[in-house]
Design a protein around this ligand. Structure first.
Ligand code: PHE
Length: 402
């Protein structure tokens, strides 16, 4: 970073030793795909919001869940991690996984960053949709910017148990595999049943009533117990969401400590790729009409047989270089490839690792797959890009090309 500040959404942020945000990533912040009418991400968002507002209403017939889709993606580290009590040494905080603006602010890594503050605004049932940012490796299913929808629902004792006897909280205060210290076992069972029912019917709403689904236990720092849902699609089990009983401290911090509730997080690209048969996650960022127009005036609830328009063959180029043992960070490598190659890189694969018996130095061989979604790339264009990437690696990562 040559600049001492980054300007982002009308504010200036000083850079420091935690900064990892790049110009390529900065250029995505104003795309708002989830608010671009009839973009596939927006269609999925609208179908989910519509499911919640038609199916789940209060006694006046008004939607129970309030939907937010314009919270800023710039959040404090406190919001993204501490508000959820993600431990200080947790892997998800690492510099190689996040787009830090500086040691105070970052591009949110998940929409869970808004849980506590939205509760503090006074909401007990809500959905938050937004763009989220994570440094990652490069393939057709991963892109450093994607979209999530968060759902939260909080219950009073009466809302959860109605007229029956029941008590939200456990006077024994013991945490077990089944529950948090604060909750009674019946609270967890009632919340689990409620969330699983709502999310299973959501998936049936999106993918049809015959959908096969299965739940399994998992771990998140901010829910306990935690559950993930997989759906069976084209002969494969695919994970579509994470969820669980919210950690009670989040409700307490939001001023709603007398309630208990659940949260879930859905990945919208995942759902759109499955439903519309979209083969490569980069396509969501394409401005090509041959992509965008396929989603215009799609019938409510219909899926679509996506017609691929890029039949260009991919081009592969390999590169090998020596690294200094212990100094090479895989995500930094992917970042440079991504920053230089943008949407022309389809996949980066580690082909081979070799350690010299004499010097003990390690050499890595990568295969980069180049393919543009919109047109055929020329051989010279690919060669030129490959050279630019190689140059930057030598300058910025202290590797020596073989
Ligand atoms: N924030 C989690 C993720 O990004 C998903 C999640 C949301 C899990 C809410 C539990 C509750 O993976």
């Amino acid at each position: 970073h040559n600049n001492v500040t980054i300007s982002l959404l009308d504010r200036e942020y000083p850079v420091d030793n935690l900064t990892t945000i790049t110009p390529t990533i900065l250029s995505k912040v104003d795309r708002h795909l989830h608010n671009q009418y009839q973009h596939p991400i927006e269609i999925i968002k609208r179908r989910i919001v519509s499911y919640f507002s038609h199916k789940w209403v209060d006694s006046n017939g008004d939607p129970l869940f309030k939907s937010f889709d314009n919270f800023s993606p710039v959040v404090s580290l406190e919001q993204n991690f501490d508000s959820l009590r993600v431990p200080l040494d947790h892997v998800t905080r690492s510099k190689s996984d996040n787009y830090y603006i500086n040691n105070q602010f970052m591009l949110r890594a998940h929409t869970s960053a808004h849980q506590r503050d939205t509760i503090a605004l006074g909401h007990s049932q809500f959905l938050v949709t937004g763009d989220v940012y994570r440094r990652d490796e490069i393939d057709t299913k991963h892109y450093p910017v994607f979209h999530q929808m968060e759902g939260v629902e909080l219950f009073t004792n009466e809302e959860l148990f109605g007229n029956e006897q029941g008590s939200l909280f456990d006077p024994l205060k013991e945490e077990t595999e089944e529950k948090q210290a604060e909750h009674s076992l019946e609270t967890v069972l009632a919340i689990e049943k409620n969330l699983k029912y709502k999310l299973e019917s959501l998936m049936q709403h999106l993918f049809g009533n015959n959908l096969q689904m299965r739940w399994s236990g998992t771990y998140f720092p901010f829910t306990h117990p935690s559950y993930e849902l997989e759906i069976y699609w084209n002969d494969k089990w695919l994970e579509v969401l994470g969820s669980g009983v919210m950690r009670q401290h989040i409700l307490v911090a939001g001023g709603k400590g007398s309630k208990a509730g659940y949260a879930f997080g859905l990945g919208l690209e995942r759902l759109a790729m499955i439903l519309f048969g979209i083969p490569d996650i980069r396509l969501f960022w394409s401005k090509d009409r041959r992509f965008i127009d396929q989603f215009i005036n799609l019938q409510e609830n219909s899926s679509l047989n996506y017609k691929p328009f890029s039949l260009q063959p991919p081009a592969m180029r390999d590169m090998s270089f020596w690294i200094n043992n212990g100094e090479f960070e895989m995500n930094d490598f992917h970042e440079i490839v991504r920053d230089e190659g943008e949407e022309w890189i389809e996949n980066v694969e580690l082909l081979d690792e070799y350690q010299s018996p004499e010097t003990r130095r390690k050499s890595l061989c990568f295969r980069i797959t180049y393919r543009c979604m919109e047109r055929t790339l020329l051989g010279e264009e690919i060669q030129e890009l490959h050279t630019r990437i190689t140059d930057r690696l030598q300058k910025e990562m202290s590797v020596s090309i073989r």
